[in-house]
Write a protein that binds this ligand. Structure first.
Ligand SMILES: Cc1cc2nc3c(=O)[nH]c(=O)nc-3n(C[C@H](O)[C@H](O)[C@H](O)COP(=O)(O)OP(=O)(O)OC[C@H]3O[C@@H](n4cnc5c(N)ncnc54)[C@H](O)[C@@H]3O)c2cc1C
Length: 360
């Protein structure tokens, strides 16, 4: 039986099944959604273990080392985030402090529907300091995170607990519940392997696809000579360009710019040659941004699952009969704040329905 946060069927199901409080929990994925749910449920008395397939936490709030000389790290995924929900600010301040994130006062230039350039009104936009991944690094401190572990199956043991298997052949046993935070295609692949495969066929998972994004980091040793910090063209293969060096706490000479390909264009060119992709995006920046400077170093990254295709507001999915939850930005409007909201919504639900011991 599938439930989402809007159906209100949960109370009936919970009362049909005897609720056993969740004592040990596995969280697959240590992006913002996974880290948020881990902190909040740990505070509520749950023993939480996170499994992350990458070498470190962060997910799409990713930064990557660039530059042979400058030793900078640039934000290759999420560029900035909003804080509209006061609970998000409260969570960040409490769990990450206030040193590793702060406002970015970049000037944003965008092209309107008539292809005229305008400046966006100043708004509150936040970034990690000195890099986006500083936030998730800080949040992961004190949590039990197994980095470099790709979970590949969920199995029920004889005592009803969940066993997670990974791609190295290891078994991780004894979990009362599992929370998946991977983008939908990866969550489906995981559910298909094991004793929860019926969940993979659920409508919510099938319809939510993600779009790709080519990301290019380009270094201009003398600066790019632009009078803006971010550029958002309209009807261009370039979706976004930003002077990463203008964000707070970024040191080093010259300017690193981050260019993101348009989602449709990126989807159509997922198998393109990275050097060619970089060349086309840099050329487009020079053309639409009126920039004559030439970059001397280039780094390219391909995101296969960057942003949600549909605007899904389900919030989270909770399957009480399986004790499996699915959360993530794609279930709450996309974006960084959506990842937090999705996790926060699930925690409130689990607490109010008595699945966890107490509110922390
Ligand atoms: C190019 C790009 C630009 C963006 N720009 C912005 C922006 O400017 N502003 C904004 O608000 N948002 C932006 N976003 C979106 C933002 O990054 C996401 O909304 C947010 O980071 C999602 O967090 P999450 O925890 O839901 O998912 P993720 O960060 O994707 O975390 C999921 C984690 O699960 C791990 N995982 C997956 N499968 C497994 C497995 N089988 N075993 C173990 N681990 C697994 C992954 O490695 C990952 O770390 C951007 C994203 C991209 C890619």
């Amino acid at each position: 039986m599938t439930e989402n946060s809007t159906t209100g069927r949960s109370t009936i199901i919970a009362s049909q099944n005897a609720i056993t409080v969740i004592g040990r929990l596995a969280v697959v994925g240590a992006g913002l959604a996974g880290l948020t749910v881990a902190h909040k449920l740990r505070a509520a008395g749950v023993e939480v273990t996170l499994f992350e397939k990458a070498r470190g936490p962060g997910g799409r709030m990713a930064s990557t080392r660039v530059g042979s000389k400058s030793q900078s790290a640039i934000d290759i995924g999420a560029q900035y985030f909003t804080i509209r929900n006061p609970a998000f600010r409260e969570f960040l301040t409490r769990q990450a402090g206030t040193d590793c994130w702060g406002p970015w006062h970049g000037r944003f230039r965008y092209q309107n529907t008539d292809k005229q350039w305008e400046m966006m009104r100043p708004a509150e936009r936040y970034v990690g300091i000195p890099r986006m991944s500083a936030i998730t690094r800080t949040l992961s401190g004190g949590l039990s995170v197994h980095n470099g572990v790709q979970v590949d199956g969920l199995w029920r043991s004889d005592n009803g607990c969940w066993v997670l298997t990974d791609t190295e052949g290891s078994r991780h046993e004894g979990f009362d519940a599992v929370i998946l935070t991977a983008p939908p295609a990866q969550a489906i692949a995981l559910l298909r392997r094991g004793d929860a495969r019926a969940l993979a066929e659920e409508e919510q998972l099938q319809v939510s696809r993600m779009r790709a994004c080519w990301a290019v980091a380009a270094y201009f040793p003398e600066g790019a000579g632009a009078d803006f910090e971010a550029l958002m063209p309209n009807q261009s293969l370039l979706d976004w360009a930003a002077n990463n060096s203008s964000k707070p706490g970024r040191n080093g000479a010259g300017e690193w710019w981050v260019l993101h390909g348009d989602p449709d264009w990126s989807d159509e060119h997922t198998e393109a040659d990275p050097q060619q992709v970089a060349g086309e995006l840099v050329q487009e920046l020079q053309k639409v941004g009126d920039i004559t400077a030439v970059p001397t170093e280039i780094q390219v990254h391909r995101w296969l699952y960057a942003r949600a295709r549909e605007s899904n507001r389900t919030g989270h999915l909770w399957h009480p009969d399986h004790r499996i939850a699915i959360i993530g930005d794609w279930l709450d409007g996309g974006r960084v704040e959506g990842a937090f909201n999705s996790a926060d919504g699930l925690v409130s639900r689990l607490v109010s329905e008595g699945w966890v011991p107490q509110r922390g």
